[in-house]
Design a protein around this ligand. Structure first.
Ligand code: ADP
Ligand code: MG
Length: 728
């Protein structure tokens, strides 16, 4: 009997929910471990406090003397809360967060010591960066990396460590992390949006991008997860037959959360409260043991940090509850995958959500301006958006037959479609007073009541307008949101800059009134970007055909999708906005394509190993049982045994044919891998892994899964889908 599987199942059956102490109200503990505004007021001098607030609100620099004051206050606060170490916390391109802890403690001679943390240590630090991926930048520039404080995301205490959010850049200034380009893109969209807002309201000084992510994940018992080498090494199951009962009954979605999972969530939420992550909703997702966690939205940079931190916290708390969190986009074949919807909007310092319809015709024209410009930006850059969410794991959702598809389209709902249709008929050039009145009363003026009706949301659209925000749904559950957020904010920034230029030109050259000029440009945008609007069912062949006719891209795999990242258009966009130079963009491409190769390579190795060393030997063992049985029948019944042993004989042959298919396909795959590994060109290598190696996974899996159905359950060594998904 395969001991590991049954041992794990037994252990899981005996588990009890971990007891959670919750003594205080959540509002009382919220942000307790964050160096937030209140705490800063308490621990900083007036001057230091003002300086930090100015840096947060206006991006101003903090001088060295003030930095010393800030670090002293921060240290006092951290030590009072039991922290012994500090670290610069950053997001290298590996996808995880990185930290290198240093103690506050410092010997000062004569056997004495003090706690020290100076401004220099707050502002800049040099981690040993040689082992973080940098896509050739290091070789090109012989650069070392350093981390630098990002005052816009507050420091926090995690465990006994003061964590200081930082950017990670090379000494020659190239970004080596996710945060640097994001901050630059947010600055670009701020400036561009403020300039456009001035048409409508002169008081607007700053525009912030908001992000509200929704994190989906699976929660699997840690012993069960540990019993599967594929889950341990790749984060997903590489084989396994789907259980008789899947999600067909739809009884998990919004159903009662199982007790152990509930204890985990409460524990997790408490930790989130302490860390100032405003998590608010939790519920079951479509698949068994699949859940979702979402916070109240926040300024995009902070929300990105919160999500990265959350993923780390989720792992750590899961260990306490004997769970393993699976963030993978498709941990189980045939079962709903996981995503991370990115809800996005823009809001002004005057408290207006630019993507929320207002109460007056003028504020609605402002809404339509931002709404239509976003649609145009997505249309013009759909391939770049697709590239921003490409990864080996997300290919299982986007490229496969699951919503959302690899084709980027925008859903806006029936009523806004009607509004755009009417705006498309606006007269070219000057508008008559009657037309203006009509537009204001009957088109622009009608939007507020319209949107209350936005309930028939299309769940299959990759990019949907949901009343007061756009929801980028194609983002994968493992993703760092910085990547899609950088692209989205960058393309909208660029679009708004172009819009402003065009409107100004009409005002100056054609002597149009401001609103006439705005109407004229919006009309053209509606006409030119129509092809991106799609209200129908977002996946399947019909839409693929239609999308092709419309000229939309359909890049199903990561190697195909990533190409857009290194297009001239992308280089121009990023350099024009000062977000990244060509070297930085190319470096990112290289890192991602290499990561893709690595992931598929590891999966290939693990699959080959499981197929040959677990599945085939088990099948042989069972086949021997059958052979013994047949031999016994022959001994007892003589020549008439054949009738009695008919089924067994069939099974013996069937098992042999599957074993043969597995072995030959594993050999084929190994050969293809070897060929791919010998390629020097990383693009060719990625293509080989994508189109030569990976397709063999399905072949191998097919025969392994067939054997799972044939072989005696007692002999099967791999924990089955029903055990992974239905024990909790
Ligand atoms: P669902 O998509 O599951 O139906 P909701 O539409 O209620 O859920 O909201 C999903 C997420 O959208 C939440 O995390 C919320 O914080 C976020 N959100 C709401 N309004 C905005 C906004 N203006 N900008 C960005 N995110 C927002
Ligand atoms: Mg959503």
């Amino acid at each position: 009997m395969p001991t590991l599987r049954f041992h794990a199942v037994k252990e899981t059956f005996n588990r009890k929910p971990v007891h959670i102490e919750e003594n205080e109200r959540r509002s009382a503990i919220f942000g307790q471990n964050v160096f937030n505004e209140d705490t800063m007021r308490q621990y900083l001098t007036k001057e230091a406090f003002k300086s930090v607030m100015d840096a947060i609100q206006n991006g101003s620099k903090i001088d060295r003397v003030v930095a010393d004051h800030i670090s002293t206050g921060m240290k006092e606060w951290a030590i009072s809360k039991g922290a012994t170490h500090y670290t610069h916390w950053f997001q290298p391109l590996t996808g995880a967060t990185a930290e290198k802890h240093d103690a506050f403690f410092e010997p000062i001679g004569n056997g004495r010591a003090i706690e020290k943390f100076g401004g220099g240590q707050l502002v800049q630090q040099e981690p040993d960066a040689s082992s973080f991926p940098n896509g050739g930048i290091r070789n090109t520039f012989e650069a070392r990396g350093y981390t630098a404080w990002d005052p816009t995301s507050p420091a926090f205490i995690y465990g006994t460590t003061l964590c200081i959010p930082t950017v990670f850049v090379s000494y020659t200034g190239e970004a080596l992390d996710f945060k640097t380009p994001l901050l630059r893109a947010l600055q670009a969209v701020d400036q561009a949006a403020v300039a456009v807002c001035k048409y409508f309201d002169k008081n607007v000084k700053k525009v912030n991008a908001s992000l509200g992510w929704e994190q989906e994940y699976f929660l699997i018992d840690s012993s069960l997860a540990a019993s599967r080498p594929d889950i341990v090494l790749t984060g997903r199951t590489l084989l396994g037959h789907s259980p008789a009962k899947g999600q067909q009954l739809d009884d998990h979605y919004f159903g009662t959360i199982p007790n152990r999972a509930m204890a985990y969530m409460r524990d997790l939420e408490t930790e989130c409260m302490l860390l100032g992550i405003p998590v608010k909703t939790r519920h079951n997702e479509v698949a068994p043991n699949q859940f979702e966690l979402a916070p109240v939205y926040d300024e995009a940079n902070l929300a990105v940090d919160h999500n990265s931190l959350l993923m780390d916290v989720m792992d750590k708390i899961a260990a306490r509850h004997n769970f393993k969190v699976l963030f993978h986009e498709k941990p189980f074949a045939g079962v709903n995958g996981s995503g991370k919807h990115n809800n996005w909007s823009l809001s002004t310092n005057t408290g207006v959500n630019l993507l929320s319809p207002g109460k007056t015709p003028m504020s609605n024209l402002q809404f339509l301006t931002f709404f239509i410009n976003t649609i145009k930006a997505v249309y013009d850059n759909e391939e770049l958006l697709r590239a921003a969410i490409a990864s080996a794991s997300n290919d299982h959702r986007l490229g496969a037959n699951e919503a959302p598809p690899a084709i980027i389209s925008v859903f806006i709902g029936e009523q806004l479609t009607r509004t755009l249709n009417e705006l498309e008929n606006v007269t070219n050039g000057k508008l008559s007073p009657e037309e203006k009145t009509d537009l204001k009363l009957n088109v622009v003026g009608k939007i507020p009541d319209v949107l209350l009706d936005n309930t028939d949301r299309n769940r299959t659209s990759p990019f949907a307008f949901t009343g007061n925000k756009f929801e980028f749904r194609a983002v994968g559950s493992t993703a760092n949101c910085a990547n899609p957020m950088t692209v989205l904010n960058a393309i909208v920034a660029k679009q708004l800059i172009d819009f402003k230029t065009e409107v100004d030109a009409l005002i100056v050259k054609e002597k149009l009134k401001k609103d006439e000029a705005v109407f004229n440009i919006l009309r053209e945008y509606i006409k030119t970007s129509k092809n991106i609007l799609f209200e129908g069912n977002g996946y399947g062949e019909a839409w693929e055909k239609e999308a092709k006719k419309r000229g939309l891209s359909n890049n199903k795999t990561t190697p195909e999708a990533l190409k857009a990242k290194v297009s001239k258009k992308a280089f121009d966009l990023y350099s024009e906005l000062g977000i990244m130079n060509k070297v930085e963009v190319e470096a990112r491409y290289e890192i991602e394509i290499e990561e893709y190769v690595l992931r598929i390579q590891i999966e290939g190795r693990v699959l080959g190993d499981i197929a040959r060393n677990h599945v085939v030997p088990t099948a042989v063992k069972y086949q021997n049982v059958l052979i013994d049985n047949v031999k016994g029948l022959k001994e007892i019944y003589g020549t008439s045994f054949k009738k009695l042993a008919k089924e067994q004989l069939n099974l013996i042959e069937e098992i042999s044919s599957h074993i043969e298919a597995i072995n030959s396909n594993v050999t084929k795959m190994t050969n293809e891998r070897r060929k791919a590994n010998n390629m020097n060109d990383v693009d060719k290598k990625a293509n080989a892994y994508c189109f030569k190696v990976k397709p063999l996974f399905d072949e191998i899996r097919y025969h392994c899964d067939k054997l799972e159905l044939l072989v005696d359950d007692e002999l099967w060594p791999l924990t089955k889908y029903r055990e992974l998904l239905f024990t909790n």
